[in-house]
Design a protein around this ligand. Structure first.
Ligand SMILES: Nc1ncnc2c1ncn2[C@@H]1O[C@H](COP(=O)(O)OP(=O)(O)OP(=O)(O)O)[C@@H](O)[C@H]1O
Length: 596
């Protein structure tokens, strides 16, 4: 099914290239016939003049040139189909990850190495099966043609030749499973080395500060040793299989010689016939080899389809994986334009009922949370370390799957918060910010259509304007891993600015305390509150914080304790009624006094 659709992503090129590849497999039939005539002419077994022999030589060269020409054409046409197929698979997977309903993060594998491997290796495996179908057809046609020609010359020798070819097929069948296992292992261990090197580069500072250079290098050597052993084993098995196949070809040639000798003496089997048989025998090993390859490629393709489909939205399947989506191989694709969505249902009140989100069925997470966030209000979620604050806001925004409960926007149930609570309804500045190796402007906008004035206003609200002024090229400074390194605080304020430039109705900010000192945080909330008052900023705020600057300003505070709501109310109310709030408040007073 997937294979059929994959052929059709660029059917013209698949059919065109396919015919060319099949021709490359079939043309050797002609070579054999020319060789037969040529050797018969040379050995005098056929009446022929010198001219005729020369013409046959020329024909031989012409056939080989034809094959070379067809090969050149095939390798020119085929990449159009191959790249269209790979691109289609990758873009469909990406599209699904980025736009599907439900939290995408829960579908992604934990290690980025694994995700990259799926995009690279699984896509390749699936394309390869479709590619190999053409080889199979070519090898099959050649085999049928060759057997027909050989049987017309000598049926007995032809039938005997089936035996060594069957040996090759059986050998391939028996060994392919093992070869595939060894190959997979080598690939996994190769990926482990790449992944380890990636982590090592990312954690250079941590390694140095822990004095772990030698230990890390030793671990890398260990990974490398395992990869090398597996790679050697992989190469060796492949070579063994090839050697066995070549040996079978030699045996076949011997068999032809043995059986043809008596007939050659009587002239029934000519030197030309012998040349034809020898020429075909080498090519005949293709079919059992390709069949053997297909026998493990097809299940591998099925596994690849499953693994890629698992990355996609739950309602999508293999059909969506190979759906045609427009591939631009020659010209640039049309520019992508992000439109500011025109939502017709402005926020009045956002509620949750019995919101529960737990991790892998474990007890940790948040349980049974009822929230009511009015338009224009400032809500603070607070609690001890690990109380579930981040889990609560992420579950509310649909970034984590809900175990139970519901989210209501203006009283209407939100089916999929992950695709509903997005800019410009809501924007989120997370606790673990991510910057790309691009200019600061591109990092803040990420394609959002805002003008310079809106950008400057967002930066001002996020208290980042002085930092931008100090950067060598202002907004055009390249930041992130390949650019100017920003401080942790700058990165978090940049993330807040990214959320603010989207002019959301609801701004959700997860704990800025590590990014801002007490006074700067105070200034930031002052600015945002002022902007809200004048209609220049988000009207409604949901903030994770334990800082006084936020708690004192809050219209309501939600206190979490080990995943459960311990109290909801204003600071004064909670200080009167909620022991957990009292404990947190007392701790915060001490911490801030020390900081000041
Ligand atoms: N991906 C995860 N898998 C399993 N458990 C998790 C995961 N993320 C968080 N937890 C657990 O869920 C609980 C709540 O974590 P959460 O990050 O929501 O707490 P928090 O209040 O935001 O903490 P902090 O103040 O440190 O940010 C913790 O016990 C944590 O160990």
């Amino acid at each position: 099914m997937v294979i059929g659709r994959l052929m059709r992503v660029s059917l013209r090129h698949y059919l065109g290239g396919g015919v060319l590849w099949v021709s490359i497999f079939v043309i050797p039939l002609l070579t054999g016939l020319v060789l037969q005539a040529l050797f018969d002419a040379i050995s005098g077994q056929r009446e022929a003049s010198l001219d005729a022999a020369l013409w046959l030589c020329a024909a031989f060269v012409a056939v080989e040139l034809l094959r070379g020409g067809v090969f050149w054409l095939a390798i020119t046409v085929w990449p159009y189909w191959w790249n269209s197929a790979e691109t289609t698979l990758r873009t469909n997977t990406l599209r699904s990850i980025l736009t599907a309903r439900g939290p995408a993060a829960s579908r992604l594998p934990h290690s980025s190495g694994e995700a990259v491997a799926r995009f690279r290796d699984d896509v390749r495996d699936l394309t390869m099966v479709t590619d190999n179908m053409v080889d199979l057809i070519g090898a099959f046609l050649f085999t049928v043609g060759a057997f027909a020609i050989m049987a017309s010359i000598d049926p007995v020798i032809t039938v005997v030749l089936v035996f060594p070819l069957t040996v090759i097929a059986v050998l391939n069948r028996l060994m392919r499973g093992m070869v595939a296992r060894i190959h997979r292992k080598a690939r996994q261990l190769g990926a482990a080395v790449t992944s380890f090197i990636g982590e090592m580069f990312a954690g250079v500072l941590a390694i140095k500060t822990a004095g772990a250079e030698d230990a890390v290098l030793e671990r890398l050597r260990e990974h490398n040793r395992r990869r090398r052993d597996a790679a050697v084993k992989d190469r060796l098995t492949m070579d063994m299989l090839d050697t066995a196949t070549s040996a079978t070809v030699e045996v076949s040639i011997g068999l032809v010689l043995l059986l043809a000798a008596p007939a050659m003496r009587t002239g029934e089997f000519t030197v030309g016939d012998f040349a034809l048989f020898i020429n075909y025998v080498a090519w005949l090993t293709m079919l059992p080899r390709i069949l053997g390859r297909m026998l493990y490629r097809v299940p591998q393709g099925a596994v690849a389809t499953q693994r890629l489909s698992r990355l996609m939205a739950t309602h999508e399947d293999a059909d969506d994986l190979s759906k045609r989506n427009g591939v631009w191989l020659k010209e640039d694709p049309p520019p992508v334009r992000t439109h500011v969505p025109d939502h017709v249902d402005p926020l009045e009140v956002l509620k949750t009922h019995g919101l529960t989100a737990t991790y892998d069925g474990a007890g940790s997470g948040v349980h049974d949370v009822d929230l009511r966030i009015e338009r224009g209000s400032f809500t603070v979620v607070t609690g001890a370390v690990g109380a579930g604050k981040t889990t609560l806001v992420r579950a509310l925004l649909g970034l984590l799957p809900l175990t139970a409960g519901e989210v209501l926007w203006n009283g209407r149930r939100v089916d999929d918060p992950g695709t509903f609570l997005v800019p410009n309804r809501a924007a989120y500045a997370g606790q673990v910010p991510r910057l790309f190796s691009e200019s600061l402007r591109e990092n803040l906008l990420l394609g959002w259509p805002a003008d310079e004035e809106q950008l400057a206003a967002a930066v001002q609200l996020a208290a980042l304007e002085d930092d931008v002024a100090d950067m060598p090229e202002g907004f055009d400074t390249v930041v992130g891993s390949r650019g100017v390194r920003l401080s942790g605080g700058q990165v978090q304020r940049a993330t807040a600015a990214r959320a603010l430039v989207r002019a959301p109705e609801l701004l959700v900010v997860d704990d800025l305390s590590s990014a801002l000192d007490v006074q700067t945080e105070q200034r930031l909330w002052d600015r945002i509150a002022d902007a809200a008052l004048h209609g220049d900023g988000p009207s409604t705020l949901l903030v994770v914080s334990h800082r006084r600057a936020a708690l004192e300003r809050a219209d309501q505070i939600v206190v979490l304790d080990r995943g459960h709501v311990a109290g909801v109310g204003s600071l004064d109310e909670l200080l009167r009624t909620c022991p957990e709030m009292n404990r947190l408040w007392a701790e915060e007073l001490v911490v801030e006094a020390e900081e000041l």
